[in-house]
Write a protein that binds this ligand. Structure first.
Ligand SMILES: Cc1ncc(COP(=O)(O)O)c(C=O)c1O
Length: 349
């Protein structure tokens, strides 16, 4: 279902510079066997894991705007923060390598005994890793920025998850891309369901939905925050994106819809919800979801379908519901997803 070429129909007054890092549009695929098994609405997946750049993922769209800003400011080094298995830091390291900038990563906690998954890739991609230990990542990142400036570098700080107004524009554009792809296939969807954590993805989707008059739900499954807290974060980032882009959207036009009912044991704690969803999608669709984000979001979507929230009767033309999936295979190797284990497994986050 690809074939829609940029520029996508998203109207900004100011269009901030963007470097090209990804392969777009990412395909939309039908999850026919999973949809039939659940007996609810038709399911489609937007394959943002196919965005290219060191196994792809959902940060590439944000990084296209953030690296353009870094280059415009003549920066030669990027610094960002995350957990040891962060997809965002791996994609930042890859973007820096591609564009010839140096990269420093501030990761939470202490160096684990084994380098697995994204951590292994961060080092392979040439990033320098700083462990925050018992200190906050923000404190360590500020120190790293100061040290780099003193050494004569021009560092650029990218926030956790690439989630600020500028990064969120990547997902406003993504919403336009998805709407155009669906329209080309004569499909109307009732809901777009996805993982929401540092809030930039949802902020962008909500802004894109308002700009394009999308009528369905744009539902973020919270990965690690209470509903009210996440809604405030999404709204703030979306309004920052409005300001930057001159998008002409008022706060009242932003439909910020969050479900925080699937937090389980907390961030990166893989429980039965995630394990069952990952196994079902792997075995029915041959699609690999990541354990922290899309595993949890898909677990939530499956549960909501089972509860009748997205019933067949609610549907319009083709009754689909869509999931923005950004599977992240590298992290899967660092988590115990399969085979099932009675106890939840946790890796440092
Ligand atoms: C695979 C995947 N999906 C979804 C998200 C959530 O995006 P955001 O942090 O912008 O809310 C992330 C964040 O790292 C991710 O890695």
């Amino acid at each position: 279902m690809s074939g829609v070429k940029p520029p996508y129909r998203i109207v900004f007054m100011n269009y901030p510079a963007r470097v090209s890092l990804g392969h777009y549009p990412t395909p939309i695929e039908k999850l026919a066997r999973l949809g039939a098994h659940l007996g609810g609405p038709a399911l489609y997946v937007k394959r943002d894991d196919q965005s290219g750049l060191a196994t792809g993922g959902n940060k590439v769209r944000k990084l296209e705007f953030l690296f353009a800003d870094a280059l415009a400011q003549k920066c030669d080094h990027v610094v960002t923060l995350g957990g040891p298995q962060s997809n965002h830091v791996r994609q930042t390291a890859a973007a820096a390598a591609r564009l010839g900038l140096r990269c420093s990563l501030v990761l939470r906690g202490n160096r684990p005994p084994q380098r697995l998954g994204n951590l292994l890739l961060d080092e392979l991609l040439g990033a320098k890793i700083h462990w925050s230990g018992a200190r906050t990542r923000d404190e360590v990142a500020a120190e790293v920025m100061t040290g780099l400036r003193q050494a004569g570098a021009r560092p650029y700080l990218i926030p956790v998850g690439g989630s600020n107004g500028l990064g969120a524009l990547g997902y406003a554009v993504a919403m336009g891309e998805a709407i155009d792809q669906l329209a080309a296939q004569k499909l109307a969807i009732d809901a777009m369901v996805f993982a929401s954590s540092s809030a930039g993805t949802q902020a962008g989707l909500v802004l894109g939905a308002a700009l394009r008059g999308f009528k369905g739900r744009v539902l973020g499954i919270s990965i690690d925050s209470a509903e009210a807290e996440l809604k405030v974060r999404v709204t703030k980032i979306a309004l920052d994106a409005v300001k930057l882009s001159g998008a002409g959207i008022a706060a009242s036009e932003l439909a910020v819809d969050v479900n925080a009912g699937y937090l389980g044991g907390g961030y990166s704690v893989v429980g039965d919800l995630e394990r069952d969803a990952i196994r079902s999608v792997a075995q029915m669709e041959g699609l690999l979801l990541d354990p922290v984000y899309t595993g949890r979001a898909m677990g939530g979507l499956i549960d909501l379908i089972r509860r009748g929230v997205f019933a067949k009767t609610q549907t319009r033309r083709h009754d689909p519901s869509a999931l923005f999936a950004t599977p992240a295979r590298p992290a899967s190797t660092a988590f115990q997803v399969h085979p099932p284990s009675p106890a939840s497994s946790r890796t440092a986050s």
